[in-house]
Design a protein around this ligand. Structure first.
Ligand code: 5AD
Ligand code: SF4
Length: 468
């Protein structure tokens, strides 16, 4: 089989990162080997995001660069195939090929398991192939598990999609249109995937889904399993040392999930629970189907179960009709919750969503000014959260070499990046680190058991030298 080079670029959310890996795994048996250099690629896949206008526009400017690469390769007698995958592909379909004729193939998030077949059609000189239907077959049933070597090269943490799509229809959001109706994967299929990851050295798994806590996949007996139940099952997989899940909807935090935060030591004390706005009026207009008080009550219950729980959120400023008083309510709740961090965005009207045609759209300057104030409040809270970590000892899962020689970087239980001087053999292990300094984006620390760990690492090194 001739070896061909594949370059995949992922935009947007973690599910796209997961999907990009699955596409590479699916194409490996076809002779495609991944490359980090688009200039050498025979197949370029842009796995796109449509959540905000800016995200979609990025794809078109990247396609301009890709066109130059493709034309350059053609002059040298080499054919490059260009595919657009992901949510822009789903939302815009043929329009992409009209606007960017460099694109050979458009494939939506529910059709990418058909890539080998679609590419074969491309090889037969068919052009302008568009696959954006929501096929009845289960995409996951067609996806291949990566080889152990492949997973190893991807590191000690991994995402696993357990749920996809959304039935909530928040009025600002394209996800229910691009990813489709909510679907949960069966428990056993997820357990096989996690066991495979654990066998290749993955220690931390983050379960992902657009609305992950709406998970209701079937267990072996055909009964629906909750996310709490799934987390309990995954915690039993040998080798898995830490679990996370994202993104959750406040409406779907049930008693069982709260109990799991109390009962499961493997579950990290950190939760991304997007609130979007602190104003009841705006929450209603967004169709979030809960109030500010409901959210605060849910957080109280979660913190009752796990007092050190770190919370993060997403916020949108300048949703249609948002007044200064509504925005002030958002600023207040940021301080009230004391988030360890949050993402914040200017409202971006998405074609086809109810928000786009609502009256009272907020002026761009007002959005920018509110975003700056909100980000200042978030940063203040994040800095206070980080400052409280000085002197504490955290279990850090070491992931990769750090910024400085001799340093490793990993994550604290609260998802903060932590840098510490440590031997390379500790990559993939959970080590206690005493936090000594607080940076803007990461914490710095020293190994709590430095003498013991150094001695162990010397033993590991000498065994390695002996070829053991
Ligand atoms: N405009 C701005 N932000 C949006 N998000 C989703 N849709 C939009 C939009 N139209 C944000 C929400 C969501 C996050 C993933 O992206 O805050 O939680
Ligand atoms: Fe979009 Fe709302 Fe569904 Fe989240 S819950 S994916 S914001 S529609």
């Amino acid at each position: 089989m001739t070896e061909r080079k594949l370059y995949v670029k992922s935009y947007g959310c973690q599910m796209n990162v997961y999907d990009s890996h699955r596409m590479a795994d699916l194409l490996a048996p076809e002779g495609y080997v991944e490359t980090g250099e688009p200039e050498n690629a025979d197949l370029i896949i842009l796995n796109t995001c449509h959540i905000r206008e800016k995200a979609a526009e990025k794809v078109y400017s990247e396609l301009g660069r890709v066109r130059q690469l493709k034309e350059g390769a053609a002059r040298a007698g080499r054919r490059v195939t260009v595919a657009v995958a992901g949510c822009v592909a789903q939302a815009e379909g043929e329009e992409i090929i009209r606007r960017a004729p460099v694109v050979d193939l458009v494939v939506g998030p529910q059709s990418y398991h058909r890539l080998p077949d679609l590419l074969a059609r491309g090889q037969r000189q068919e052009t302008g192939i568009v696959a954006t239907e929501f096929p009845v077959e289960d995409k996951f049933g067609f996806l291949t598990l990566p080889s152990i070597a492949k997973t190893k090269s991807r590191g000690v943490t991994a995402f696993v999609t357990v749920q996809e799509g959304c039935d909530k229809f928040c009025t600002f959001c394209v996800v229910p249109y691009t990813r489709g109706a909510e679907v949960s994967r069966p428990v056993e299929a997820i357990l096989v995937e996690v066991a495979n990851l654990a066998a290749s050295g993955v220690r931390e798994v983050t379960l992902i889904g657009q609305n992950v806590n709406a998970y209701h996949g079937q267990d072996r007996d055909g009964r629906a399993c909750t996310l709490g139940g799934l987390l309990r099952r995954i915690a039993e997989v040998p080798g898995i040392a830490r679990l996370r899940y994202t993104t959750s909807h406040p409406r779907d935090v049930d008693d069982d999930l709260i109990a799991v935060h109390r009962d499961l030591p493997l579950l990290a004390p950190q939760l991304h629970l997007p609130l979007q706005s602190g104003s009841d009026r705006i929450l209603a207009a967004m169709n979030r189907r809960h109030t500010r008080a409901d959210y605060l009550r849910t957080i109280d219950r979660l913190r009752g179960a796990r007092p050190d729980l770190a919370l993060t959120s997403d916020f949108i400023v300048g949703f249609p009709g948002e007044t200064e008083a509504d925005f002030a309510a958002t600023l207040r709740i940021v301080d009230e919750v004391g988030y360890s961090g949050a993402f914040s965005f200017k409202y971006s009207p998405r074609p086809g969503t109810p928000g786009a045609t609502m009256g009272d759209q907020v002026a761009e300057e007002v959005k920018s000014e509110r975003l700056a104030r909100l980000q200042a409040a978030i940063n203040r809270n994040a800095a206070a959260f980080n400052a409280r970590c000085r002197g504490l000892t955290f279990d850090v899962l070491m992931e990769k070499p750090g910024r400085l020689p001799g340093q490793l970087t990993g994550r604290s239980p609260y998802l903060q990046p932590v840098q510490a001087m440590a031997p390379r053999e500790l990559i993939g292990t959970m080590v206690p680190v005493v936090i000594t300094d607080i940076g803007t984006n990461s914490l710095f620390g020293v190994l709590a058991d430095a003498p013991r760990i150094e001695a162990e690492s010397r033993i590991v090194q000498s065994l390695a030298a002996l070829g053991a």
